[in-house]
Each structure stands twice: as C-alpha cells, then as structure tokens.
Ligand binder design. Structure first.
Ligand SMILES: [Cu+2]
Length: 143
C-alpha cells in the first residue's frame, strides 16, 4: 500500500510540481517512519542489511554497499529493512558532517531515511555501529 501511494505521488509530482523548489533544511533530519508529502517530488530507494562472513553490509538489487543515487530538490526516501539480530543506523555525511540519519533501526524491523540535498555532488553513507563494513557513496544529481 505504501509503495503504491509513493508511486502515485511520484506520478502526480512529475506532472504538476515545478522542478525547482525551496528545501527546508529541517527535512533532512527527519527520522523513523515519518513521511512528508508537502513537496511533490519523491524518490524511493530500497536497501536492506545483510549479514555476511566478514560482517554486516548494506545490500540491495544493485549490489553490496551500492552507490545510492539521489536527486536534488527531491524527497529521497531510503527504505531500510533490518532482518538481523542487531540494530543499525544509516547516516549520510558531507565532509564529515552528518546531513541525514535514519535513527536506530531495531533488530528485525525497518526504518527510513529522508534526504533532500539542494546541491549536486558526492556524499558518503555508513552505519553508525558498523562503519567499517557498512559504507558507500551517495551520488546527488539534478532531477
Ligand atoms: Cu550496522
């Protein structure tokens, strides 16, 4: 149901919302299952925590610790599944500064991270608790 709603929002947003919108910086700090549809543009990225011999990793259809491709001036929503026995937290940083966080995602639970960058560039993401094995890059391009 949620994904259907998100797809509908995406379709509506593409048709009726201007491509350039002001970004509320506070939005970048939203955590844990909050949704915000005040802006039209939404991009959904799905990712999961995987437990491998070497430790925990981020994983999705694009691979292990995949680059996350986000769009500027867009409500990028990372939907995170955690099927493991430990908590995890996704953090996005820019030059060492945290710019978005999922908050703690409890074991056998799920969470979300919201990220709406207003400039293009490369960021990095990692897990607060497993930064050595759960990390990758975030690529922000214009929508
Ligand atoms: Cu972790």
């Amino acid at each position: 149901m949620f994904s259907l709603t998100a797809i509908l929002l995406l379709l509506v947003g593409n048709i009726s919302i201007p491509s350039i919108q002001p970004i509320n910086a506070q939005r970048q700090g939203l955590v844990n299952n909050q949704t915000d549809t005040s802006q039209g543009m939404t991009k959904i990225i799905q990712i999961s925590v995987a437990q491998e011999e070497e430790g925990y990793r981020w994983s999705n259809i694009q691979g292990t610790n995949p680059p996350l491709r986000v769009l500027t001036n867009t409500n990028n929503t990372v939907q995170i599944q955690n099927p493991t026995n430990e908590k995890h937290e996704m953090i996005i940083e820019s030059k060492g500064n945290e710019v978005a966080s999922s908050g703690d995602i409890a074991r056998h639970s799920s969470g979300q991270l919201f990220f709406a960058p207003n400039w293009t560039g490369t960021f990095e993401y990692h897990c607060e608790y497993h930064p050595d094995t759960m990390k990758g890059t975030v690529l922000a391009n214009r929508q």
